[in-house]
Design a protein around this ligand. Structure first.
Ligand code: F6P
Length: 328
């Protein structure tokens, strides 16, 4: 990268996550600190294609550190998947004299960024923002901690009613490809079983385990099911199967859905966003590109964007063991 960076764009893309606003704020204020201009790109890649830009300064991001969602809005753009769409996006960036962009998002956002960089050599740095925590190269993504706290609070409430009625609850949580949310929220909420995409327990073993819990004196149970789990076709089918085979239990299903993505970011996510935003700007000013900011061992570092996209963030096996022993 040779051109001097004078103006940096920032955008949020894909599923929103709490902490994205705190990251936008950090990017904008870091730009102010280094005396460079900052431009907000609305609606992710779609806004880039349409030139939907706004000038941002330190005051435009006042009072957003505590807000969920993203002030820049988010979208999943089909047009950006085409070469024609990406060419339009590049033309808009050049026209607005935006020299580099900070991408805040997940897997899909980074894949798009990687292709864009390969085609145009355009400077990009990514900040991992997704509640799923399924990005390779970083221990935490923005929004994951907040989502876990939201889920644990919801499951605590479900447990109150489950135990009053001696019921078995299946609670579906987000995570279409990964069980990070399910395993951690499950341990945190004291779930009896946790079903994740990485490990197919099988219907028979699930039934056996629930029967064992019942025999051991439990009068109600909570089963956390990751959206991407394949033990049954879906959480409702799973619940029917268990109800048919355990008539002693009244079974209910609760799908937490998009409430998991909203709400004020936790302190952890706000601090992480502030650290990652500053790092992203310093990388670009240092003429670095094609990197994702990460956090490992509480140190902010980087992973190649390509590795972040192609690598597989593995679940910590120790968590599975902890959950099995705790649910005795
Ligand atoms: O990637 C984040 C995520 O919340 C997933 O856990 C979930 O499967 C998906 O987004 C839902 O996407 P949408 O908001 O488009 O329905």
């Amino acid at each position: 990268m040779s051109k001097k960076i004078k103006k940096i764009g920032v955008m949020t893309s894909g599923g929103d996550s709490p902490g994205m606003n705190a990251a936008i704020r950090s990017v904008v204020r870091s730009c102010t600190h280094y005396r460079i201009d900052c431009i907000g790109i609305y609606r992710g890649y779609q806004g880039m294609i349409e030139g939907d830009f706004i000038e941002l300064d330190a005051r435009s991001v006042s009072s957003i550190i505590n807000k969920g969602g993203t002030i820049l809005k988010s979208a999943r753009s089909d047009e950006f998947r085409t070469k024609k769409g990406r060419k339009k996006a590049h033309e808009q960036l050049v026209k607005a004299e935006i020299d580099a962009v900070v991408l805040i998002g997940g897997d899909g956002t980074f894949t798009g960024g990687m292709i864009f960089n390969n085609e145009f050599g355009y400077p990009l740095v990514g900040i991992p923002g997704t509640i799923d925590n399924d990005i390779y190269g970083t221990t935490f993504t923005l929004g994951y901690d907040t989502a876990l706290n939201t889920i644990v609070e919801a499951v605590d409430k479900i447990r109150d009613t489950a135990s009053s009625h001696n019921r078995l609850f299946f609670v579906e949580v987000m995570g279409r490809d990964a069980g990070f949310i399910a395993i951690n929220a499950g341990i945190g909420a004291g779930a009896e079983e946790i079903l994740i995409p990485e490990e197919n327990l099988g219907l028979e073993r699930l039934l056996e385990s629930l029967k064992r819990s019942k025999r051991s004196g439990k009068s109600s149970s909570i089963v956390i099911v990751a959206e991407g789990d394949r033990t049954g076709d879906n959480v409702f089918e799973l619940a029917h199967y268990v109800e048919d085979n355990m008539p002693e239990y009244e079974v209910r299903v609760s799908v937490l859905g998009h409430m998991q993505r909203g709400g004020a970011p936790s302190c952890f996510d706000r601090v992480l966003a502030s650290r990652m935003g500053l790092k992203a700007i310093e990388l670009l000013l240092d003429r670095k590109s094609n990197l994702m900011v990460n956090i490992n061992d509480n140190k902010i570092g980087t992973t190649d964007l390509e590795k972040a996209v192609k690598g597989h963030h593995k679940l910590n096996e120790e968590l599975i063991r902890v959950s099995n022993i705790m649910s005795i």
